[in-house]
Write a protein that binds this ligand. Structure first.
Ligand code: CA
Ligand code: CA
Ligand code: CA
Length: 341
């Protein structure tokens, strides 16, 4: 499934008023005798002017949005003819492939994201490091988005910043899963740390692991087992999802994603690196007014599965929800929205 990446850059209005005032004062000074404009208070030297920029990151869990029930009531019918498998583009509540598993989406109660690097690029190419490159993926900056996190705040030289670049390591969803239900944290690896230069931790793109409440990584999620400490696999073994073998690194890709996703050029960097690297429109113009950029992960309905036992839970250990040939499930990479205030 191709990860979606959507920016909504708010329209910015260039604040030219103060600049115009400055130009007018400068012209008046040029027309006056020398010495008449020596008072430093009359004109502020623009070269030394800086403006406060703050960058925040948060998750939108969707409480104020249209409820899944309402979406279901408004849903269209299944495609004709019936598809071979259900997929996340179908509306909740339908069983379009008629295998008994009903299209269902789950929303995490918490979202955490690990970032190796986050840069804002000025129009002259200068890089503003919001999260400085952590060197290895293993040392990435981990942000628990149960609350809004401030990544950066500083006084910087005004200007135009068209682009934002980010390298993700992994993200985590905390959700009720299994039967009987338990709250578990699922980590989805977006970048490959199985290289000496990244920390040699043995995870490939698309790997899914189970994380304890204290941060312990229990191991890899297995197809036909409960996704918790007891069911997690201690070693990666030969797990391979629909992404197959990476043609550059030879690493088996994990359970998340397919070849269409992982073969994108943005996610391939040769034989010794596999980073999930995204670039998007920022459209920020910073003049003399303090600005806050907020990056929002829209995490509502970002887990798709077919519910085979009508309990609205993803229970991979039973009900054939992760281990039958026709049970479809996947994390859905959240949309990313950027606003400037
Ligand atoms: Ca189905
Ligand atoms: Ca179920
Ligand atoms: Ca199916």
């Amino acid at each position: 499934l191709i990860a979606t990446y959507k920016y909504i850059a708010l329209e910015e209005t260039m604040k030219t008023q103060s600049r115009n005032t400055y130009v007018a004062l400068l012209l008046i000074c040029l027309l006056l005798p020398i010495g008449a404009c020596n008072d430093d208070d009359a004109v502020t030297d623009p070269v030394n002017t800086t403006t406060a920029l703050t960058v925040k990151v948060q998750a939108d869990y969707g409480a104020a949005k249209m409820s899944p029930l309402l979406k279901r009531m408004l849903a269209a019918t299944c495609p004709e003819p019936a598809p071979l498998t259900d997929d996340p583009s179908f509306a909740a509540g339908w069983d379009c492939d008629q295998d008994g598993g009903v299209v269902t989406f789950a929303t995490p109660s918490n979202f955490t994201v690990a970032i190796k690097k986050l840069d804002i690029i000025r129009d002259d190419g200068e890089v503003l490091e919001v999260i400085s490159d952590t060197g290895t993926l293993a040392a990435s900056d981990v942000n628990d988005l149960s609350n809004t996190v401030t990544l950066f705040t500083d006084d910087i030289e005004p200007g135009t910043f068209p682009t934002l670049d980010v390298v993700f390591y992994y993200y985590e969803l905390t959700m009720m899963i299994n039967d009987p239900p338990s709250e578990e944290t699922i980590r989805v690896y977006l970048s490959d740390d199985d290289f000496p230069a990244e920390g040699n931790l043995g995870h490939h793109q698309g790997d899914i692991t189970i994380i304890g409440a204290d941060g312990t990584e229990y191991g890899w999620a297995a197809g036909c087992a409960t996704w918790n400490a007891a069911g997690a696999l201690d070693t990666r073994g030969n797990i391979m999802g629909a992404g197959g073998l990476d043609p550059e690194t030879g690493h088996a890709r994990g359970l998340y994603g397919d070849t269409a996703q992982w073969n994108q050029s943005d996610f391939m960097q040769g034989a010794d690196q596999d980073l999930f690297s995204l670039s998007g429109d920022l459209g920020l113009t910073l003049s003399d007014e303090a600005r806050t950029v907020t990056i929002t992960f829209d995490v509502m309905n970002t887990w798709f599965f077919e519910d085979f036992d009508d309990n609205q839970l993803f229970n991979p250990g039973e009900g054939a929800e992760a281990c039958s040939a026709n049970s479809e499930w996947t994390p859905i990479f959240p949309d990313i929205n950027i606003t400037t205030q």
